[in-house]
Every structure is written in structure tokens, then in C-alpha cells.
Design a protein around this ligand. Structure first.
Ligand code: ZN
Length: 276
């Protein structure tokens, strides 16, 4: 099943929808996919939904979960990115946070802040939680995953490396495209190719199966620390090919279009627009 958050016309809010081919069907009573996931029967409700329909083509989509309780990001989780950044393969995951104000829809403009000229791309597989849990054993972690989506952990490298804590380079306003759909686990298993491209030129291209720490391991590890709730997001890290590691270094420029794709999940297409 593919679940999305659709912006309704005339600014009348958003609604959770189910996508079947070219058609989006409203899931009545749920303003977005995050609200839907909070109902323990979300999968049955979404499957049975028969509300108003909309064409999928040209739909104005919000971030698939617009306001997650937590967005936890993983650094250094693909061997080719660890190598290009000059690091050792870690024994424990590197974790940091991002806040919901960073999120934008799959086709929204990406805000290029006035304060940074080292804005870089990080294509990532996002895990969306579908069931509450604390200290979830790795063997049961799959039961807590609602599904997967595409995310780009766009990073302001100058701010990221000002101190040893990365957060200030990772959570800029309106900089993290997330969507287009939550694809449930029965329809997606990590493995398919993930790519990022800038103005059509491929920058990153790595199978999502090359993760050092798997989604199930991360759910278990993070839930040891804190309860994971429905709608929480884990961004599982980026592979090699970021602009900061290229020679010469490359960063996003105003007017460029960043396209982030995971085969089977979908595509994010975001124009880079300088903040006023
Ligand atoms: Zn990242």
C-alpha cells in the first residue's frame, strides 16, 4: 500500500490518501499519514477507505508525515560514504536529530539559506514507525515499522562542522524533502537502488541494502534509549557521492533541481530557491 499526505485546494488543510495507480483516495477522518498511523488499525482503515478521489498526477503533496514526534538521523551508515569522509566503520550508530520545521513536500522548493553557501545533498532511506515500542528486540523490530519513504538530509556543511555536534547543519528550515509516499513493508524491502541527481547529473547511486546498520537493528537500538511512536522517522544515512567529498567540492546553487529517487518508493524533485 502507498499512503500519502495531500494538500487540499484553497488552503483547506491536508488529508491522508491511499494511492492505487493514477488515483488517490481520501482516508476520511485523518488529516495526514502521521495522524493515520496513530490509530492501531491504520492498515485496515487505509485499505478499506473509499472517500473522495483525486488524480495522482500533479497532486500537491505535503511531507508524507508532516509533523513526526521524532526525526532521528543516522550518520556514517554506508561503507562508501564512511570511506569518502575519512572515517572508520563504526561499532555503534552515530545518531543526531532533525525537527519537523525542516521537512518539505516531495515537490516543494528547497530553501537555500542566506547564511550558508555549502549546502549539500544526502539521499536517504527513511523508516517510518507504525507501532509504539520500547526496548524492541531486533527480531520483533519489523512489526514496529509501518514502511519506508525517501528523504534527503540536505546539510549545511559549514554549520555542521562548526562544532563536534552536527545538529546546526542538519535542521535548517524547509530543507528536508520527505515522501512522496509511505510504502508499506509488504511492498518494499531495502535493496533497490537509491540515487540523487543535481540538474540531471547523478551524484549518488548505491543499493539501499549496503547499510552497515539495518532498519531492524536501528529500531531496536534507538528504542533502547527512547520509546518509538507511530509516525516517528529514522533517516538511515547517506551513501557516497555527497558534494562535500568531491574534488573540487560541490554544493547546491540557486535554481538547481535536486532529484532523489529510490526504486520502488518514488522520487523527490526539489528546486533550490534562495530564502528572501
Ligand atoms: Zn544524513
Amino acid at each position: 500500500m502507498r499512503l500519502l499526505t495531500l494538500r487540499l485546494e484553497n488552503g483547506t488543510g491536508t488529508t491522508a490518501v491511499r494511492q492505487d495507480g493514477d488515483t488517490l483516495t481520501q482516508i476520511d477522518g485523518f488529516p495526514d499519514v502521521g495522524a493515520l498511523l496513530k490509530d492501531a488499525h491504520w492498515a485496515t482503515i487505509a485499505q478499506a477507505a473509499s472517500g473522495a478521489t483525486y488524480p495522482a498526477e500533479g497532486a500537491d503533496l505535503a511531507a508524507v508525515v508532516p509533523s513526526p514526534g521524532k526525526i532521528i538521523c543516522v550518520g556514517h551508515n554506508y561503507r562508501n560514504h564512511i570511506k569518502e569522509m575519512g572515517r572508520e566503520v563504526p561499532s555503534h550508530p552515530t545518531l543526531f536529530a532533525k525537527y519537523q520545521e525542516s521537512l518539505i513536500g516531495p515537490n516543494d522548493d528547497l530553501a537555500l539559506p542566506q547564511e550558508s553557501d555549502t549546502v549539500d545533498w544526502e539521499a536517504e532511506l527513511a523508516v517510518v514507525i507504525g507501532k509504539t515500542g520500547r526496548r524492541i528486540p531486533e527480531g520483533q523490530a519489523a512489526e514496529h515499522i509501518a514502511g519506508y519513504a525517501v528523504l534527503n538530509d540536505v546539510s549545511m556543511r559549514d554549520y555542521q562542522f562548526r562544532t563536534i555536534q552536527w545538529l546546526q547543519g542538519k535542521t535548517w528550515e524547509k530543507s528536508t524533502p520527505f515522501g512522496p509516499a509511505l510504502v508499506t513493508q509488504d511492498e518494499f524491502t531495502p535493496g533497490p537502488l537509491m540515487t540523487s541527481a543535481v540538474d540531471g547529473e547523478v551524484q549518488q547511486s548505491t543499493p539501499t541494502s549496503d547499510l552497515v546498520f539495518t532498519p531492524e537493528f536501528l529500531v531496536s537500538y534507538i528504542s533502547t534509549i527512547i520509546t518509538l511512536n507511530p509516525g516517528d522517522v529514522i533517516a538511515t544515512g547517506t551513501p557516497g557521492g555527497v558534494g562535500h567529498a568531491q574534488d573540487p567540492k560541490r554544493y547546491l546553487q540557486e535554481g538547481q533541481v535536486l532529484v532523489t529517487t529510490i526504486e520502488g518508493l518514488g522520487q523527490l524533485t526539489n528546486r533550490v530557491v534562495k530564502e528572501a
